[in-house]
Write a protein that binds this ligand. Structure first.
Ligand code: ZN
Length: 84
């Protein structure tokens, strides 16, 4: 099991076992976010989706959720080109 220096909580923690999503964004999360913080985001995202009535079939809604996630997880910036 790998370890990662998490950009969100600032300490070393257990890494995810696999990228949680495809493409560069998944790699970014895998390399920068610990498992605990990812689980926090999963709970948070479920609440956000329910609260705002987001439809994950809608690309605009997916993009909005992605932006909230980048903010919540404090992902390294400058990766806007990943969004598609
Ligand atoms: Zn963390």
């Amino acid at each position: 099991m790998g370890e990662v220096h998490c950009t969100r909580c600032g300490v070393k923690g257990g890494a995810l076992e696999a990228p949680p999503t495809g493409g560069p964004l998944g790699q970014l999360i895998l390399n920068n976010i610990c498992r605990d913080c990812w689980h926090e985001w999963q709970e948070m995202s479920a609440r956000i989706i329910a609260h705002y009535g987001l439809n994950m079939g809608n690309p605009l809604h997916r993009q909005q959720l992605r932006e909230v996630m980048a903010d919540f997880l404090q992902l390294p910036q400058g990766r806007k080109s990943d969004a598609q």
